[in-house]
Design a protein around this ligand. Structure first.
Ligand code: GDP
Length: 724
């Protein structure tokens, strides 16, 4: 049987890097049962040695407070891996060894991988491996996961000679008390199921999770309670703190013995960089400049061009397939299904892939070099105010281009509740695909009024803020008040190999997941709009007899309170679920043969609805993937659509009251061209909206920052102060 090796370590300790080095391409990525935390498993194979490597979530401790901690701890206790590799960031020993003191208690053979030894060496520091090994009571191997130094030795050690560790964490007095606690349960039938040492510590701490698993009689409870109370009284502290303090004492002693520091100037290079990048006044302008650069390259220029290239490529392929099908004598409907339905629908999504990958490349670079942690740190205090984390800022920014990468960018948010909220609210920021619709109405109904377009951005931002404030007070997002531990790692050069792996993973899953959903949806939509209820194949002009129109008729009354209760608008809203660009083309097709009218009020209500309601299929696919559950996907879509409905109704009601004589304007068959014409004049490159969005965010940020600085006296923005 192959051995099972679990990787345990702090976030950022290099677990992923080591995991990738060990398993190469033989990885399986899924989720831990029932939760959205990623589970990675992979096979290690070399020189007749073989093992299954499981990457546990990065954690700071094994007390079951956060989801990640519960997963890591449950896995070790329930699944009993053969070996644990505890990966420790040697450049940050104090924080990392705290976890180690807990890992060693689990009774599983453990090898410590002292990672980032290159950083330690660069600093000129040294670590006395023998002393460390002796004090920890288990093998310690120095490695550099990035440089792949020491990894062979580590895996040899893990697979061939790992033994149950003999930890010496606690003082002799505490040891005595712990054995007293263990003695109290010595006759219990479940005793053999747990590692005695771990059991005694957890019983002493009164670990709720454990107490739920084992049923203690009242007599035993009283006995343990007596021991704990006596110890608490003697130390004038509670049981958990006693244990925590002794763990820190132990780590401090270890460091004193084993870590030999080089004399050095006070400021490291990272500190110096942080002096500029997280400077009280420069932080935001620098950040905006960098993000503007990223946005400029990946959305507006290079990334934008790739859309054209891929469109051309897809057009070329679909043209070829069309010719081929025709030469095989395929019927009209097969041709239309394949070309208009499948190629049209799937192509509309695939065109985003290169852009997405370019964007991810930049985001990954910023993440890997350590800058993103600073951004989240700078933005956190501002976003906190309306219930979002600083890390929510980045997805929202990306959302001005496309909600799909935006939703996916929410991955970097560790706090589950913040992440879900961000996923839910990001689609409110108008994406590029909603612009043609706005442009169409601005041109046809609003006589090119310049306030209309930007107002959509403002509404989007306001809805994010408002929703943040409201949702934080609901049951769904309440209670999750894990303190925000901000960690500013040292700046590092990103590694090309890691970057490529990142974007490859993202691109691949995008193509597969969004592609399958879109594929199905496109085919279904094509059928609905191409066939009548009696299943006759229709020409595009006969769309009003289609099944889709039938559905539109049924849905239309629903939209009546919003001011656009006709089947065409209902259908246009519905097709918007496939892709928002399609809304305009739907109007173009249906208004060619039917009369569709809008007043300024109903048009604005329609825009409001499109802005806020459920995003397109691709984005819903991304939401489903990132949420990891259908339930949450429906909650998100439900909230978005519900809010859209209420807001559109408000616009229609208030507008009807304020402008009772608003003129009805008929959309012509040139709706689409008018839209495109208007769109061209607000093309993204010189689109004032982008700058307005930036200005609004900057204003929010600056005012909040100023008030923060005022409140915190003259303290500078703590850059290095927060280093853990
Ligand atoms: P995880 O959060 O524990 O999975 O950590 P990662 O594997 O993502 O590593 C965090 C950062 O540390 C990445 O930027 C890695 O490139 C970097 N890193 C990992 N191992 C080493 C190492 O041995 N030396 C150096 N200098 N950097 C490393």
């Amino acid at each position: 049987m192959t051995m099972k090796v679990a990787l345990v370590g702090n976030p950022n300790s290099g677990k992923t890097t080591l995991f990738n080095t060990l398993t190469g391409s033989k990885q399986y990525v899924g989720n831990w049962p029932g939760v959205t935390v990623e589970k990675k498993e992979g096979q290690f194979k070399s020189n007749n040695r073989e093992a299954t490597i499981v990457d546990l979530p990065g954690v700071y401790s094994l007390s079951p407070y956060s989801l990640e901690e519960v997963i890591a701890r449950d896995y070790i206790i329930n699944e009993k891996p053969d070996v644990i590799i505890n990966i420790v960031d040697a450049s940050n020993l104090e924080r990392n060894l705290y976890l180690t003191t807990q890992v060693l208690e689990l009774g599983v053979p453990t090898v410590i991988a002292l990672n980032m030894m290159d950083v330690v060496a660069r600093r000129g520091d040294r670590i006395d491996m023998a002393a460390l090994q002796k004090s920890l009571g288990c093998p310690v191997v120095a490695i550099s996961a990035v440089k792949e130094h020491g990894v062979d030795k580590l895996i040899d050690m893990a697979l061939l000679s790992a033994k149950k560790p003999l930890p010496r964490t606690f003082s002799s007095n505490t040891e005595l008390v712990l054995s007293g606690v263990l003695d109290a349960v010595k006759d219990e039938p479940w005793l053999g199921c747990y590692e005695p040492r771990w059991l005694s510590v957890k019983l002493f701490e009164g670990d709720e999770d454990l107490l739920k698993r084992i049923q203690l009689s009242d007599a035993i409870k009283r006995k343990i309670d007596g021991i704990v109370k006596a110890m608490e009284a003697a130390n004038d502290d509670d049981a958990q703190s006693i244990i925590t303090n002794e763990r820190y004492d132990c780590v401090a002693a270890l460091l004193g013995q084993a870590y030999i520091k080089k004399e050095r100037p006070k400021l490291t290079a990272s500190d110096k960089i942080d002096k500029v990048l997280t400077n009280r006044w420069l932080a935001l302008p620098i950040f905006f400049f960098i993000m503007w650069g990223v946005y400029f390259v990946s959305i507006q220029t290079v990334g934008g061009w790739t859309i054209g290239w891929v469109e051309e490529l897809i057009g070329w392929v679909s043209g070829g397939v069309g010719t081929l099908l025709t030469s095989w004598g395929a019927s009209d409907w097969v041709l239309s299904l394949v070309i208009d339905g499948i190629f049209g629908g799937v192509g509309a999504v695939l065109v985003f892939v290169p852009q997405l990958m370019i964007l991810y490349l930049f985001i990954s670079i910023l993440e890997d070099c350590g800058y993103m942690s600073r951004v989240a740190f700078i933005m956190d205090r501002i976003f906190r105010r309306f219930g979002l984390s600083g890390k929510s800022f980045i997805p929202m920014l990306i959302g001005t281009g496309c909600s799909v990468p935006a939703v996916m960018a929410s991955r970097t948010i560790e706090n589950e509740s913040d992440r879900k909220m961000t996923i839910m609210l990001t689609p409110f920021i108008p994406c590029g695909a909603k612009l043609p619709l706005f442009a169409m109405f601005v041109g046809l109904v609003f006589k090119d009024a310049s306030w209309v377009g930007p107002s959509m951005y403002l509404v989007g931002i306001l809805m994010v803020i408002l929703s943040g404030l409201i949702l934080k007070r609901t049951k769904l997002f309440k209670g999750n008040t894990t303190p925000f531990v901000m960690e500013l790692p040292e700046y590092k050069m990103p590694r090309p190999k890691g970057l490529l792996l990142h974007i490859w993973e993202k691109g691949k899953s995008f193509v597969i997941k969004a592609g399958t959903i879109i594929f199905l949806a496109s085919a279904v939509l094509w059928v609905l709009q191409s066939f009548s209820l009696s299943f006759e194949y229709l020409t595009p002009e006969q769309i009003d007899q289609s099944i889709l129109a039938g559905i539109g008729h049924i849905l239309a009354p629903l939209f009546a309170p919003l001011g656009f209760g006709n089947w065409m608008s209902a259908v246009a809203s519905l097709t918007g679920i496939v892709a928002k660009e399609i809304v305009v083309s739907t109007f173009a097709i249906v208004s060619a043969n039917t009369v569709v009218t809008f007043t300024a009020v109903t048009a604005y209500a329609f825009m409001m609805f499109t802005l806020l309601a459920a995003p397109c299929m691709a984005a819903i696919g991304a939401i489903r993937r990132e949420m990891g559950s259908w339930k949450w996907t429906f909650i998100a879509i439900g909230y978005q659509t519900g809010l859209a409905y209420v807001m559109a109704m408000l616009v229609n009601t208030a507008g009807g009251f304020l402008f009772p004589n608003a003129k009805a304007i008929q959309l012509g068959s040139d709706a689409a061209t008018a839209g495109e014409g208007a769109l061209a004049s607000v093309s993204l490159l010189d689109n004032p909206m982008i700058y307005i969005l930036g200005a609004v965010l900057l204003a929010v940020a600056v005012t909040s920052l100023v008030s923060l600085i005022k409140r915190s006296g003259n303290k500078p923005l703590p850059g290095s102060a927060t280093k853990l």
